[in-house]
Design a protein around this ligand. Sequence first.
Ligand SMILES: *[C@@H]1O[C@H](CO)[C@@H](O)[C@H](O)[C@H]1NC(C)=O
Ligand SMILES: *[C@@H]1O[C@H](CO)[C@@H](O)[C@H](O)[C@H]1NC(C)=O
Ligand SMILES: *[C@@H]1O[C@H](CO)[C@@H](O)[C@H](O)[C@H]1NC(C)=O
Ligand SMILES: *[C@@H]1O[C@H](CO)[C@@H](O)[C@H](O)[C@H]1NC(C)=O
Length: 264
Amino acid sequence: MMTKIVLFVLLFISCDSNHLSSRILNGNIVNTIDQFPYQVAIFARRNNLSLTLSSGAIISCKFILTCAHCIKDSSQANIYYGMTSFDQISEENYQVINNSSYRIHPNYSTFKNDIAIMLTSHDIQFNDKIKPVRLPSRSEAFSNYEHSETLKLAAWGIYSNAQEISNNLLYANIQMLSTNECERIFGSFLITDQVICSQTLHCSGDSGSLLIDHNVDNDDFLAVGIASFANYETCTEGVNHASAYMRVASYLDFINEHTSLIVD
Ligand SMILES: *[C@@H]1O[C@H](CO)[C@@H](O)[C@H](O)[C@H]1NC(C)=O
Ligand SMILES: *[C@@H]1O[C@H](CO)[C@@H](O)[C@H](O)[C@H]1NC(C)=O
Ligand SMILES: *[C@@H]1O[C@H](CO)[C@@H](O)[C@H](O)[C@H]1NC(C)=O
Ligand SMILES: *[C@@H]1O[C@H](CO)[C@@H](O)[C@H](O)[C@H]1NC(C)=O
């Protein structure tokens, strides 16, 4: 069986969308950014001047975690953080990152090792609204979170064929799939130990968004996965539709090598 697998960075069409689209992932509006204080919007500029929208996450004041296909072949990227809406862009929450500051996984190929790190141009100042995600420990590498009720993903992408991004950050609660079910859908070639899957869909513009496990008791945001690919094009719920993520816990050596962040 041939399954068509797609990647979801969004070619950015126009910036004058003041309407609030609430379609992404059947998303809920994120009212204040302290609900997702690590969230980064990434606009990557290709040499032909096209811009693509994706997301990333702050992992320290110097580093952003994202997907490889989110930034590959771009000359530079604009990143925005500390904000839920593109109306809130300001000097303090904006940086331009040159492609010499990208660290794309050396074994990245479409659908495999879809992970990258960006070095910030200057340190990100943390406060109540801007904080890093917590990296998992090695012992968390094989959890499938199948029955977890606390997984979430936030993004500005679209959730239909409408050619608009969401002006406001939206989030969804994410239902996971078992590895067996995911292998049945995508095939075992793609579904290695480094990949984790959800039943809940991500869509255009959502690539690079972090799947997080949010513990509300201590406001802990654990980085679980990086939104990478899916097996549907029209972004509508359907039988056998699933989304795949790179499992952050499988890439701790790569992260450590490029950031010197200690992972255990
Ligand atoms: C610009 O380049 C990107 C990435 O290579 C490609 O996806 C897009 O179609 C190109 N756009 C135009 C207008 O040529
Ligand atoms: C980095 O950007 C420059 C243009 O500024 C481009 O010539 C070069 O190909 C890019 N490098 C990569 C690895 O995409
Ligand atoms: C990007 O980095 C390269 C290598 O450090 C440098 O030569 C180039 O001027 C930089 N480009 C921009 C736009 O900052
Ligand atoms: C990339 O693949 C090669 C060959 O399989 C392997 O030796 C190397 O460790 C891999 N690199 C990373 C960073 O995983």
